[in-house]
Design a binder for this molecule. Structure first.
Ligand code: PLP
Length: 387
């Protein structure tokens, strides 16, 4: 059975072009980029080339990019750096719907004496800007808000927020792990001081990420040791993966608008058909402002986990929330923050598409899904209650 992989916000496959670019650096080009000899120097140049490509995708300068091991490390580093560089300020603002890489790190800092404000969202997952404005005070060191949500795809208004923060001199970090490579990001136009991205969400391998730090921003490293990354992130560089990330960013930049249109077309086809064919179904999140590849749907009176298991029997991979929280049967904190009714939260499924998904795959899901929902509703106590 062929797998139909619609869980690309959890992770993507490595693009063939990316793998090809990486292979020499896993084989014969195994040197250390910090070495003095010519062999090491070749690797150093390749790392710098990759840095330029990552910078190119987000409108940054190469020297503003620090390579890390993942999105989580980039997020933790950015937040910790703000706390350490501004020791007199103890307040951080974030949102209730952040990925655990930000949310749990902020909770950790709260236990260590920081004051954290978790800004709520509305029923469509949009940031409550009124609450945001009220939260800012003289003690605020950092605002950390995601670019786009991993579960619903909803995009936050960073442009507007950045302007307010710039005026007040407050550091602004964004977790762009889900946005990078999916929608245009231009840091020349956006007042953001730090931005996180991760390789495995944009067709590069797992275990590599990047943190953008705007020139002039006070920065305190999280990983301390050798002088790599100009002393901003110690540890011998993961050259092959860095090369892969560079290639992935180059491909994303070249094909961005074409892919956005392809993915939103596929996503809308899937969503429109499922809403039409499955009664008591709804979209979670602001459909007017979300990532082109993401569809979060709720099928009331049926368990999302049961839907996923049945889809899995047909080789279809989807998810019921963030991969980092799935595995627990706890309801999605993102949907709870959006005040989605309990019956809809329990019946939620996230489809997230990639450039490799085809129309035929989407048609297969449209063919199978209504039968699964009907069958599960007939079996479930919720379904019987509804009938
Ligand atoms: N931030 C967001 C929005 C994510 O979706 C993820 C991963 O799902 C992360 C951060 C963590 O990235 P990584 O898996 O590279 O640590």
């Amino acid at each position: 059975m062929k797998t139909i992989y619609l869980d690309n916000n959890a992770t993507t496959n490595i693009a063939p072009e990316v793998l090809e670019e990486m292979l020499p650096y896993l084989k014969e080009m195994y040197g250390n980029p910090s070495s003095m000899h010519t062999f090491g120097g070749q690797l150093c140049r390749k790392v710098e080339e990759a840095r330029g490509k990552v910078a190119g995708l987000i409108g940054a300068e190469p020297e503003e990019i620090i390579f890390t091991s993942c999105g989580t490390e980039s997020d933790n580093t950015a937040i910790m750096s703000a706390v350490e560089s501004l020791p007199d300020k103890k307040h951080i603002i974030t949102s209730r719907v952040e990925h655990p890489a930000v949310l749990n790190f902020c909770k950790h800092l709260e236990r260590k004496g920081c004051r954290i404000t978790f800004i709520p969202v509305d029923k469509q997952g949009r940031l409550r800007l009124d609450e945001f404005s009220k939260a800012i005070d003289d003690d605020t060191a950092l605002v950390s808000l995601m670019y786009a949500n991993n579960e619903t795809g909803v995009i936050f208004p960073l442009m507007q927020i950045g302007e307010v923060l710039k005026e007040k001199g407050i550091l602004f970090h964004t977790d762009a792990v889900q946005a990078a490579g999916k929608i245009p990001i231009d840091l020349r136009k956006l007042s953001v001081d730090m931005l996180s991205l991760s390789g495995h969400k944009l067709y590069a391998p797992k275990g590599v990420g990047a943190l953008y730090v705007r020139k002039g921003t006070r920065f305190s490293p999280y990983m301390i040791g050798g002088h790599q990354e100009h002393g901003r992130r110690a540890g011998t560089e993961n050259v092959a993966s860095i090369v892969g990330l560079g290639k992935a960013c180059e491909l994303a930049e070249e094909n961005l608008y074409k892919e956005m249109s392809y993915l939103s077309g596929l996503r809308d086809k899937l969503e429109t058909a499922l809403l039409k064919l499955c009664p008591d179904a709804m979209v979670n999140g602001d459909t007017g402002n979300r990532l082109p590849n993401t569809s979060n749907l709720s099928f009331e009176y049926v368990e999302g986990e049961a839907i996923l298991l049945r889809l899995n029997e047909f080789g279809i991979c989807a998810s019921s929330g963030s991969a980092c929280t799935s595995g627990s049967l706890a309801p999605s904190p993102v949907l709870m923050a959006m005040d989605v009714p309990a019956a809809a939260i329990h019946g939620s499924v996230r489809f997230s598409l990639s450039r490799y998904n085809t129309e035929a795959e989407v048609e297969k899901v449209i063919e199978i899904m209504p039968g699964i929902i009907k069958e599960l509703r007939n079996l479930s106590p919720y379904g019987r209650q509804k009938l």
